[in-house]
Design a protein around this ligand. Structure first.
Ligand SMILES: Nc1nc2c(c(=O)[nH]1)N[C@H]1C(S)=C(S)[C@@H](COP(=O)(O)O)O[C@H]1N2
Ligand SMILES: [Mo]
Length: 301
């Protein structure tokens, strides 16, 4: 069952106003709206592009634990139990442990981050995430000097995840970032979108969002975060290293072996709408290009 998002029913101008009003109301301690909403402040990191509708964002998904088709996650993820939820933080950290989600959320400031999402398959969306910077959680756990990478794992619960009962991938779904990528302010852990709790098909209750990388890096329904010394194994790279590199930065000049990455189809733009030119680092180059200074992006793809 899905609740209506306000931008479904309100024009964008109203929605923006509402967003500002809500942010202001939170700051002033005024009563919020009658329905359950996550309070979050707007962010200077947000794009001003028009977000996709809640309908589009929550019905066109990749979440192979729930099936291969774009509609499968919306169909099947309802069965996922997301409460209680804990995230195991371990490896090279000062304070390893199993952190209940409630405790994690107590120490963070939720923000709305409207980001472009570019899937390696050649489509894109704009999503108004609610989340917080990954670095705030890593700093709380205390990163040890030897940690050079961060590894993430998704829940594996075959009873609730029909895709996990077949061998589409080598479960658990795994992803990873270099430590400087993980500490970058654009990298967030998202717990909602459109000001509401994360739909299960989008990776409830907590998922990664790395907007300058192909969508598969943004791992969903995270149960484990490990600080490690060596570059960790990641699901799509293990599946096919020639097609999916560890970095997987959005790059129109580095084609997938089986298709061009020069352009993308914006979901919801209509069948005859022209394709959009894909931008290096998905348009976030001003903020992230320096992370890769001296690297050849066609080698480290
Ligand atoms: N655990 C897990 N995380 C995942 C995936 C998946 O299959 N399993 N798919 C990835 C891919 S390919 C994309 S494009 C994004 C899609 O996120 P969305 O459905 O919220 O748009 O999730 C990523 N995270
Ligand atoms: Mo993707």
């Amino acid at each position: 069952m899905r609740r209506l998002g306000w931008s479904d029913v309100t024009p964008r101008a109203d929605w923006l106003n509402r967003r500002q009003i809500l942010a202001g109301a939170g700051a002033l301690g005024l009563a919020g709206p009658a329905f359950a909403r996550i309070e979050a402040k707007a962010s200077r990191f947000s794009t001003d592009e028009k977000p996709n509708s809640f309908e589009e964002i929550s019905n066109y998904n990749n979440f192979y634990e729930f099936g291969l088709d774009k509609g499968d996650p919306a169909q099947n993820a309802g069965a996922l139990t997301v409460d209680p939820w804990s995230v195991e933080i371990g490896g090279l950290v000062e304070r390893p442990g199993s952190y209940p989600l409630d405790d994690i959320l107590k120490g963070v400031t939720l923000e709305e981050r409207i980001y472009r999402l570019r899937c390696v398959e050649g489509w894109s969306m704009v999503v108004p995430w609610i989340g917080f910077e990954l670095r705030t959680l890593l700093e709380r756990a205390g990163v040890q000097p030897g940690a050079r990478f961060v590894a993430f794992e998704t829940l594996v619960r075959p009873e609730e995840m029909p895709g996990v009962r077949s061998r589409i991938l080598d479960w658990p779904y795994r992803e990873g970032l270099r430590i400087d990528e993980a500490m970058h302010p654009l990298t967030i852990l998202a717990t909602g979108l459109y000001g509401e709790e994360m739909p299960k098909q989008n990776g409830a209750p907590i998922r990664l969002v790395v907007p300058w990388k192909y969508g598969f890096k943004s791992i969903k329904s995270i149960v484990r975060i490990s600080l490690v010394e060596k570059m960790p194994a990641t699901s799509w790279n293990v599946q096919n290293a020639r097609e999916y590199g560890f970095y997987s930065n959005v790059n129109p000049a580095v084609d997938h072996p089986r298709w061009s990455q020069a352009s993308e189809r914006r979901i919801g733009s209509g069948f005859f709408a022209p394709r959009i030119e894909t931008q290096l680092f998905n348009g976030y180059g001003d903020q992230v290009a320096q992370l890769y200074a001296g690297q050849d992006l066609s080698v480290d793809f």
